[in-house]
Design a protein around this ligand. Structure first.
Ligand code: PGA
Length: 260
């Protein structure tokens, strides 16, 4: 696991964007796993800038989103499909057939989830998965006690997550309670996992995920099992880490062949 502590979310997002851009330049048919929420917004802004100003070409790229609300049509303003279009996909050139977001309206959820997994495999697997972390430690919508081997499936959101996301629906009462999410096992198969966390509200859960025990009570701790997981944090989100000076030392002394 690599822990990169940036000065602030802008610097952290530009480090993340550089990793994504390098991948897309090296592998024009890269498969990107995408996340929603507040955290990746600056990353997406930077990718749009790189596309517009530096010609970063997403024409051969395939994307898979982590999750979607059950019961919402893609056109709903609170859907993650809408979020992705608005914040990234309407502004870069991923072809429509390369865009995959779970279908919140599917009539047969287990069948759809199996097909989503098969689509990821058929695309060659996810090269780089962008992740946020919930205040309760979730990645994707794998809430605490999710199986560490779980696959794409339906999940029920915790009260804490409903509270965090209720604003997108004008309050908790209107927010969907169920989601389709890639599983932790699905996420762990990505070649690189890039988890971003910014702000002091994330400090406690980041410390548990990075330095605490591996436990389904903190789903993000499963990334300790991943051979290439990177946590990109700002100072505030890194504040609870015991070994922060070691992480800074490692980053500053990284051999050039390891930097991308
Ligand atoms: P946030 O959500 O980026 O809005 O903090 C993260 C998450 O729930 O995974």
């Amino acid at each position: 696991m690599e822990v990169i502590i940036a000065k602030n979310s802008a610097e952290g997002s530009s480090i993340a964007a550089r990793l994504v851009a390098n991948l897309v330049r090296r592998k024009p048919n890269a498969v990107l796993g995408l996340a929603t929420g507040a955290t990746p917004l600056l990353l997406y802004q930077e990718l749009v800038r790189l596309h517009r100003e530096e010609g970063l070409d997403f024409g051969g790229v395939t994307t898979f989103n982590l999750d979607e609300y059950v019961g919402l049509p893609p056109s709903h303003s609170g859907s993650y499909y809408s979020y992705m279009k608005k914040n990234l996909l309407d502004h870069i050139n991923v072809p429509p057939q390369g865009i995959n977001v779970p279908d919140g309206l599917t009539a047969d959820i287990p069948k759809f989830c199996g097909e989503y997994e098969a689509r990821i495999k058929k695309a060659g697997g996810i090269d780089l998965q962008v992740l946020g972390i919930g205040a309760d430690g979730h990645i994707g919508f794998n809430e605490p006690t999710s199986s560490l081997a779980s696959r794409t499936r339906i999940k029920t959101l915790t009260v804490e997550t409903l509270r965090d996301n209720g604003a997108d629906f004008g309050g908790v009462a209107n927010a969907p309670h169920h989601v389709i999410t890639m599983g932790i096992g699905t996420i762990l198969e990505s070649r690189v996992c890039l988890l971003m966390a910014f702000g002091e509200k994330k400090a406690g859960v980041v410390a548990l995920a990075v330095e605490g025990p591996l436990t389904s009570m903190v789903p993000a701790s499963a990334l300790q099992l991943h051979p290439s997981a990177k946590f990109i944090l700002d100072e505030a989100a890194a504040a609870g880490l015991e070994k922060r000076s070691y992480y800074n030392y490692v980053y500053e002394h990284k051999p050039s062949w390891q930097c991308e």
